[in-house]
Ligand binder design. Structure first.
Ligand SMILES: C[S@@+](CC[C@H](N)C(=O)[O-])C[C@H]1O[C@@H](n2cnc3c(N)ncnc32)[C@H](O)[C@@H]1O
Length: 245
C-alpha cells in the first residue's frame, strides 16, 4: 500500500462500513467453529494498522505480524503483541496457532508466491487449526485502487480454493462477498481504469450512507452465515482447516 493509505486505513477502520462489515462477517463465520479459548494462540498475518486485532482477541491471544514497519507503527497504538516479518518466512515454530487470519494480504505484490505463503500459514497452524482468508476478487475489477494498494492479483474463487487444497488445507467454506455493492462498484472501477486515476473507494461516506451500506452488507452476512454462498462479489472469504493429525 502507498504510505498515505496506511494513515487513512488507521483513521477509518473502526467506523467505515467496508472494514466494520468485514469484521462482522468474519465473526459470524468463525463463531460456529471456534469457541472462545484464552489459551489458543491466534496469528494476524499482514495485520496492517491493527484494526482486526481486537476482533481476533475473541478467539485467543493474538500476535500481529506485518512485513512493513509503517503499518506496525500505527498498530502499536492498539492492544496486542506485534512482530515485523514476512508471510513467506514466518518467524514462528510449526503448529503454534489455533487460528491464523490473512485479511486482504495474499493479493499483495510483496507476496511473491501465494503458494509459499499458504504453505507457511499451514506450517504454523496447529493440527485441526483454522485459517480465515479475505481477499480481493475478480480481475475484471482491476483499477487505480489496485495500483494504490499494490495488488499483484485479484482472485477468482476456484483459483483460491485450488491454492488452499494444494497447500494441504481443507476449504470448509468459500464464497464471494460484497456482492450487493457490485452494481455500484463495477462502473466506478471500470471508469477508474479507463479515465480516472484517483481512488474513490476509501473516502469516509456521510453517516447516513455509511449506515445504509453497513445494513446492506449485514444482509449478506446473514445469508453467508447460514452456509449459503454468493456467485460474484468484489471480495472473497474462505475458511479452511488443517488436518487434525
Ligand atoms: C491491504 S493491507 C491489509 C491490512 C489488514 N490485514 C486489513 O485487512 O485491514 C495488506 C497488508 O499486508 C502486508 N503485507 C504485504 N506483503 C506481506 C508479506 N509478505 N508478509 C507480511 N505482510 C505483508 C502489507 O504491509 C499490508 O499491511
Amino acid at each position: 500500500m502507498e504510505p498515505a493509505e496506511f494513515a487513512r486505513s488507521y483513521r477509518l477502520e473502526a467506523e467505515h462500513w467496508w472494514f466494520a462489515s468485514r469484521r462482522r462477517l468474519v465473526a459470524a463465520l468463525l463463531a460456529p467453529h471456534l469457541p472462545a479459548d484464552p489459551h489458543r494462540r491466534v496469528l494476524d498475518v499482514g495485520c496492517g494498522t491493527g484494526g482486526n486485532l481486537k476482533l481476533l482477541q475473541t478467539w485467543g491471544r493474538v500476535t500481529g505480524i506485518d512485513i512493513n514497519a509503517l503499518p506496525l507503527s500505527f498498530a502499536r497504538h492498539r492492544n496486542g503483541s506485534l512482530a515485523q516479518g514476512s508471510a513467506l518466512h514466518l518467524p514462528f515454530a510449526g503448529q503454534t496457532f489455533g487460528l491464523v487470519a490473512a485479511f486482504d494480504v495474499l493479493y499483495h505484490r510483496q507476496i511473491a508466491s501465494d503458494r509459499q505463503a499458504l504453505a507457511e500459514l499451514r506450517r504454523v497452524l496447529a493440527p485441526g487449526g483454522w485459517l480465515v482468508i479475505t481477499d480481493s476478487a475478480l480481475p475484471l475489477l482491476w483499477s487505480a485502487h489496485d495500483r494504490l494498494y499494490h495488488t499483484r492479483r485479484r482472485y477468482t474463487l476456484p483459483h483460491l480454493r485450488r491454492r488452499l487444497q494444494a497447500a494441504g488445507l481443507h476449504p470448509v467454506f468459500c464464497s464471494y462477498a460484497n456482492m450487493v455493492l457490485l452494481p455500484l462498484l463495477l462502473p466506478t472501477r471500470l471508469l477508474m481504469r479507463r479515465v480516472l486515476t484517483a481512488d474513490f473507494d476509501l473516502h469516509p461516506p456521510p453517516r447516513w450512507l455509511n449506515r445504509a451500506l453497513m445494513s446492506l452488507r449485514n444482509l449478506e452476512t446473514a445469508w453467508l452465515s447460514r452456509g449459503h454462498t454468493l456467485p460474484v462479489g468484489s471480495s472473497l472469504v474462505c475458511l479452511a482447516q488443517r488436518d487434525s493429525l
